[in-house]
Write a protein that binds this ligand. Structure first.
Ligand code: LRH
Ligand code: MN
Length: 406
């Protein structure tokens, strides 16, 4: 879509149609835990407006979708949102219908529980590995009941000191656990395996990088893919190159979007490095331009809003995602791939730079207007008094400090 002639100014109308169509199909899932009181090990600062119940989380998700038109579903963490497991499915389905928000990706909780001190799927104790597998099997059943949604697995498993765990045996236990779980997936269901280099384990993490996740996913079966959390990389790692590899291997299942300055900071998207987010969207969209029938990876927000108001931080994130996605839609792939082939470095780079530096906010405003969405969503949220209202309604309850993470 060559609307930028390298000069970065925007030609209204014709190209807008194409960009509008891309914006119409752009969806990013909000995390239920992003609306709850979360913190770090150094404290959790309670917000009176924070969501406590699943009903409140669906209500907040509906608010974000009303304001952006881009968040039709909400990711759920099993023990935080369905503490009674399968027995909570009917209630979740009803809440989804009531608030017009689809129950999204199902995330088992394979951490926090005391028994997981030395791991879950990687624990030397077979009974604990079985307990963890049973939780994942129930999570897959919940996901099936909720419409064959994806199951997204993150393992905190690892060790803190050299020699304290048998790394290769744990690889075999993970392979067995993931393969068993894969056998229970329904047709169309995906199992996403998320990697993370460290934290909470600080010597070795069993699934620490994209290669380990890819090999385990391949071994598990054809419905297993890799999930890339943008915050789960060492400082100087080239995240978009990892995405290029996973796309090339047809193993990219989805992304957890957030931003960071140092480690897994879970900050609001685009708040630290918007060009990084642009390069991520660009790599995926260039692949889709070359493979139009390819499955679009799942886009999910994974953040914890410890200081900013949770609704406003989540809204900022979705607006940043829409804006940076729209910029990435402006890259002229015909020209870019030609310049790449001819090693015309400046021209090739300018294809990305001019798209990134194009102010797409006017186009986004016209798209919102055309779609009956508020032109200035953040102002609309403030004018709505929604945050003040829920603070009054939830304030009392939120004074009590919560035990679990979210
Ligand atoms: C781990 C992680 C994972 C979630 C959790 C809330 O750091 O990224 O995706 O389960 O955050
Ligand atoms: Mn994540």
């Amino acid at each position: 879509m060559n609307d930028t002639n390298g000069q970065g100014d925007f030609h209204p109308q014709a190209e807008w149609q194409d960009l509008w169509a891309r914006l119409d199909s752009f969806a990013i899932e909000v995390p239920s835990w992003g609306f709850a009181n979360t913190g770090t090990r150094f404290g959790k600062f309670l917000q009176p407006s924070a969501a406590h119940t699943l009903e409140e989380k669906f209500c907040d998700a509906a608010q974000i979708n009303r304001l952006t038109g881009a968040c039709p579903s909400m990711a759920l963490h099993v023990l935080w949102d369905l503490p009674r497991g399968l027995n909570d499915v009917a209630a979740v389905r009803k809440l989804g219908e009531r608030f017009g928000i689809l129950p999204g990706t199902i995330n088992p909780n394979l951490f926090e529980d005391q028994i997981y001190k030395h791991g879950s799927f990687g624990n030397p104790d077979a009974a604990i590995r079985q307990h963890a597998l049973d939780h994942v099997l129930e999570s897959i059943a919940i996901a099936r009941e909720l419409g064959n949604v994806d199951v997204s697995l993150w393992f905190a498993d690892g060790s803190n000191y050299p020699g304290t765990q048998h790394i290769r045996r744990r690889i075999d236990w993970f392979s067995q656990g993931l393969a068993s779980a894969h056998t229970t997936l329904a047709a169309g269901q995906k199992m996403l395996i998320e990697y993370k280099p460290f934290e909470p384990a600080f010597y070795h993490t069993d699934i620490a990088d994209w290669g380990m996740a890819l090999l385990l996913a391949r071994a598990a079966g054809p419905q297993a893919f890799v999930l890339v959390d943008t915050g789960h990389h060492y400082q100087s790692q080239n995240v978009e190159q990892i995405l290029a590899w996973l796309l090339n291997q047809k193993m990219l299942g989805g992304l957890h979007f957030n931003d960071r300055r140092y480690a897994d900071d879970d900050l609001t998207l685009g708040s630290i490095d918007p060009y990084q987010v642009f390069r991520i969207f660009h790599e995926i969209q260039l692949y889709q331009w070359e493979h139009p029938s390819a499955r679009v990876p799942a886009y999910v927000i994974d953040q914890s809003h410890n200081l900013k108001n949770k609704l406003e931080a989540m809204l900022q994130t979705v607006l940043a995602a829409q804006e940076i996605y729209a910029k990435a839609c402006l890259v002229n792939y015909e020209l870019l791939t030609q310049f790449q082939g001819e090693c015309r470095l400046i021209e090739a780079e300018e294809c990305l730079r001019s798209a990134f530096w194009t102010d797409v906010r006017p186009a986004l405003r016209t798209w919102r207007e055309a779609r009956g969405l508020p032109l200035e969503p953040l102002q609309e949220l403030r004018d709505s008094g929604y945050v003040e209202r829920i603070s009054r309604e939830r304030g009392e309850k939120n004074k009590k400090t919560a035990s679990s993470y979210a």
